[in-house]
Design a protein around this ligand. Sequence first.
Ligand code: B12
Length: 245
Amino acid sequence: MASIKEIFEKLNDAVLWGEEEEAAKRAQQALEAGASPKDIIKDGMSPGVQEAGNKFNEGEFFLPELMLAGEAMKAGIAVVMPALQAEVAKQGTKPEAKIMMGTVEGDVHDIGKNICLAMLTAEGFECVDLGVDNEIDKIVAMAKEVKPDILGLGSYMTTTMVQIPPAIEKLRALALAQNMVILSGGVAVNRRWSRDVAKSNGYGDDAWEMIALCKEIMKHPPDKRAEAAENFAFGNVEFKHAVQA
Ligand code: B12
């Protein structure tokens, strides 16, 4: 029988080369071999999709290959999702918090967001997927309706990151009234921009940092969560305009 390491290699390859059926099959095989859904996403698929991104940046892959890699990753996630949810249900704990995530207007990249949502679900958070290409008014309306403890806004292109600051501006009063913490993330966005320009309450480089941040946020009473997020995410960021001696 193949080891989990060997299955992960094949699974990562299937994602990289955009083989949907193979990815679903290998994800199932990994589950049957006893791998945890979390590890399957983290070690069995994420490196494959990152590699596809690298090949695109280096000019070796083009858009069709990228789309196929994205679809293969989705097929793998679909296989592990029920196991992920079953694992959480078995733990029988109340969800730690409600987290809503969506991509801003004009942006259809959703692989990173989907990884975050899958991993947060695995950690016991109740997750609401707002999907991609969300206009600001829709984000505000959904935040009012869903009342998440944490709202994550994702942008993956420099052309769409400009949507995040006005979205946060429009959400500010609601966030205060609902004690909702707003995070920004995605490949177009960085920590300092999140703090200084978007004025979000926090940023995460990847799904694992987002999980750590969400856990930290929920350790605090509702009215202290935004501050706790800012300390955790931005505590070590140097000031933009350092005073010159
Ligand atoms: C895959 C991909 C695609 C796929 C998307 C498939 C899908 N379903 O998502 C397809 C082929 C559709 C695509 C299309 C396009 N793409 Co594209 N794409 C990529 C690529 C290669 C990888 C993105 C990805 O999935 N990365 C892997 C995931 C796991 O990483 P991630 O997104 O960063 O997510 C992690 C963290 O950021 C974090 N995170 C994510 N979201 C959030 C949210 C919060 C709140 C937090 C805290 C954390 C967090 O956690 C995640 C997991 O660890 C990137 C290049 C790159 N290296 O990133 C280009 C890239 C983003 N694309 C780019 C472009 C230009 C396009 C197109 C315009 C191309 C075209 N000419 O048509 C279109 C635009 C479509 C649109 N309107 O959105 C550019 C953007 C350049 C820019 N201006 O900034 C990039 C950077 C490539 C490049 N170097 O030029 N793309």
